[in-house]
Design a protein around this ligand. Sequence first.
Ligand SMILES: [Zn+2]
Ligand SMILES: [Zn+2]
Ligand SMILES: [Zn+2]
Ligand SMILES: [Zn+2]
Ligand SMILES: [Zn+2]
Length: 593
Amino acid sequence: MASAMQYVESACAKCGREHSHTENHEYEYKDTVDDDMNCHICLAPILDPLDTKCGHTFCDLCITQTVKAIKMCPLDRKPTRIEELRESNYAFKRLLDKLKVECPNCSAGMERGQLEGHLQGRCRSKRVRCTYAGCQWNGPEREHADHVETCEFGFKNASIKNGAKTTIEFEMEEGELIGISVVGGNETPLIAIMVQEVFQNGAAKRDKRLKAGDIILKVNDMDIQDVQHVVAKNALSSAKGTIKLMVYREQREMDKFSSNLELKRVSIMKNKGVPLGISISGKKKQPGVFIVNVTPDSVAARDRRLKAHDRIVEVNGRRVNQIPPARVSELFKQNNRQINLLIAREKSEQSRRNSKDFESSVAAEATYQPLRLAVIPRARAEKTVVIKKCSSSEKLGMSLAGGISPKVNIPIYVSKIGPDGCVGRSGQLNVGDIILAVDGKKLSDLSHQECLDKVQKANKNSRQVSFKVIEADDIENGGNGNSYHPSWLKWLALPPQIDNSKKVSLQKAKEESLGFIITGGIDSSHGPQPIFIQTVMPGGVAYKSKLLKCGDIIVKVNDNPLTRVSHEQALQVLRGVKEKADLVIKSWPGTLV
Ligand SMILES: [Zn+2]
Ligand SMILES: [Zn+2]
Ligand SMILES: [Zn+2]
Ligand SMILES: [Zn+2]
Ligand SMILES: [Zn+2]
């Protein structure tokens, strides 16, 4: 925030606001002022009163400028000259100086005559201006953060800071996408929508701010913190022109918790028939989930260790940083007898914010609409189709995508079918079908070009080509002339016989953590799930290796399978890693938006 702030050096020493010397001081009066004390030119309480010969009183600036211009008293039109204006009597000036005003910087109340001294001495708050290009705002320092949050000029310039919510705005060219891939959605254990990759040559890349791992909280004011994948996909891909995104970037690995926070582990035994008594909520500016209050006489109240404004970092071993409060409350219900919490509390009571910071709160034991189950891979039948051609030289009339590259490993699939080609005419293949083999030759573990060569070879000088395929289930898009790109969920739902797992090795110092947060497990609130990487902590071991992305599935760690383990068991395996972690992961491309 400091980058968008500058102290206002030119603020008036007397009234604390910025105005030119040809304008009156500006005061915020606390009470209604008797009309006799108002200037009939500027209609505000008189400043530096001057009397006219005809017995009227105005502000020095007001009457001087008026007499210069019209050479008469504006009230009774009696001819008046500047030299005839006289200072008002001392008693009247004192009365005016006693009017109650508010300090524009710290809101303290005082007499008007005292403000100048207050501004130079006791007032702790300074006047600052917003430095975003084009923005005219200036105000008290304490209101600056609020302003920056809503500053239209800031969205174009604000830099995304670790551990804070930031709104950014950038332009997309006609027909252009944002140019990122996303993973997550509330039907997956990630819940949040996260950027998996920022593509070269896209709107996001031009803007330069969005990074892999960023969580997208809002798209053009639509909240996507707790929506299904396809809802987020539609919101993101339908954006045009100027797009506004509210994003959260995880704190850096080393400064996860500032030193004025103390971390506490609290285990609470539930008591049948007695409410748990914890209300939780998000905060407007800070990420995370906080305790709003503890109900008197509840289990939590009797325990006495939890307080309002405590931040909930973990529930039963699960990090809840990016999870909406309503979903966090579901975790409270999970473990039957005991709840284990990791709490972060600010050490100084004074630095605790007030209750206005909270968004709407939810009770920990309330019931929410259950999350729809994530797509689960299920076996699907393979079939062989034979495409008959009109002539041996005819082209097949379809496009293929996929194959192994240094970056991704995805099976070969049909991305486009021309309606008039022989594939289109046959009606036997669909966009999204995965091709396992052509004329009996397997296409797995080959690069895209190698696959194309095999298909070409089979097609050349032949009257028919056979394809072994796994049929697409339902198709989300495609068929409208564009190439079909499977969404992240489509990849997750692929039958288990399609395996794109790969090995990656991470090297770390003994006391270091691997630098990522996991979610999922057989005890997930979504039903049995694999272990997903939720967050790669910026600056950590995994982050520097560039080998892991949010949304990746961890299959194995140093020969310990993580395919059917609880969240806690997975944590134990990962904590047991000393210096080297050989991981087997499945990394599916995110959804293009
Ligand atoms: Zn002033
Ligand atoms: Zn005036
Ligand atoms: Zn007059
Ligand atoms: Zn003040
Ligand atoms: Zn501004």
